[in-house]
Design a protein around this ligand. Structure first.
Ligand code: ZN
Length: 322
């Protein structure tokens, strides 16, 4: 993170404290994105996977407890589709990718009695393949490549289709590059996913077949990635997903339209904003819900306060009116 961003975040946090001291936040659905969960800090330091946000189970619990203390109701995608009462505040918990380590969330969900939606990359589960960004991180870190160089390589790969990325990784690390290492980096197996998906607090969503960054695909390619994932997930779990999280958050109106044609009712991006109530779920509005990301290397409570306040939206409206 650069200095400008740090300063901006600090000032946003000060503003959010002031905001919440003097007024109540506007009623909204706040959505949060998680990827892998770590048992503890030690597990993050092993470098088995890209640390992503580096969220531990304890931090995950802290986040849920914060919003429960402030009277937020935790909902599933199905609850949202049915309609939310506009006089309450809501949280939707989402996990992307399909990491096996997401089972660590279950005791917390049970203890707090809250649902979550898990967006599954269908082929990684079906074929038991590690996620490409983890392989890249692990191998490049081992050979001493700097984080900046790694980010640059990843940025270039994110402009490609999954076939192009796979060809690149086979070339760099051999055809067995995708073999998972352990319970930290591996996806669910189909059997585990079936069992997991039957849990009453678990909801299953679509994250495409191959973690396809859909803006890199043709119209037919987009449709194939979304509809084949629906089928594979149904075969594995007997559940037909109602919601999709677009890999890397890459969204277009065409992607929203195709998702609806495939039968999906809700789509979630990574645009970091609140979703104010009442929600407009007409047409493509339902396909671009916004969501925040929490970071394990900062105070969870401060981030929760910032996202609870309307400071981000206030600052955004100032920028728009200039
Ligand atoms: Zn993802």
């Amino acid at each position: 993170m650069n200095i400008f961003n740090q300063t901006l975040q600090t000032s946003e946090r000060i503003l959010s404290d002031l905001y919440l001291t003097f007024r109540e936040e506007r009623k909204a659905l706040i959505t949060f994105l998680f990827h892998g969960l770590f048992k503890n800090q030690d597990e993050i330091r092993q470098n088995w996977v890209h640390p992503q946000q580096g969220i531990t189970v304890a931090q995950f619990r802290q986040f849920i407890e914060y919003y429960q203390e402030h009277n937020y109701h935790f909902v599933s995608p199905e609850d949202i589709v049915k309609g939310l009462e506009p006089q309450k505040n809501y949280v939707l918990i989402t996990f992307d990718d399909g990491y096996y380590n997401n089972v660590l969330a279950l005791p917390v969900l049970e203890e707090c009695r809250v649902p979550a939606v898990f967006f599954i990359t269908a082929n990684n589960v079906k074929y038991y393949k590690a996620f490409w960004w983890d392989v890249l991180y692990r191998e490049r870190t081992k050979s001493g490549v700097s984080p900046e160089k790694q980010n640059e390589e990843k940025r270039i790969l994110k402009k490609k289709t999954h076939r192009e990325i796979e060809a690149y990784l086979v070339d760099a690390f051999g055809k067995d590059y995708f073999k998972p290492l352990n319970d930290v980096d591996r996806p669910f197996t189909p059997g585990e996913l079936k069992e997991f998906s039957a849990h009453p607090y678990v909801h299953i969503g679509n994250h495409t077949c191959d973690h396809a960054i859909l803006t890199n695909y043709t119209r037919d390619g987009i449709r194939e990635q979304i509809s084949a994932a629906q089928k594979i997930i149904e075969e594995m779990t007997a559940i037909v997903p109602q919601s999709i999280a677009y890999p890397n958050g890459n969204y277009s109106e065409e992607i929203g339209e195709i998702s609806r044609q495939v039968g999906l009712k809700l789509g979630i991006t990574t645009s970091p904003r609140k979703n104010y109530l009442p929600l407009n779920l007409e047409g493509n509005h339902s396909m671009r819900l916004q969501r925040f990301i929490l970071w394990g290397n900062g105070s969870i409570i401060k981030q929760c306060r910032l996202y609870r306040s309307d400071v981000r939206e206030f600052l955004h409206s100032l920028r728009m009116s200039r």
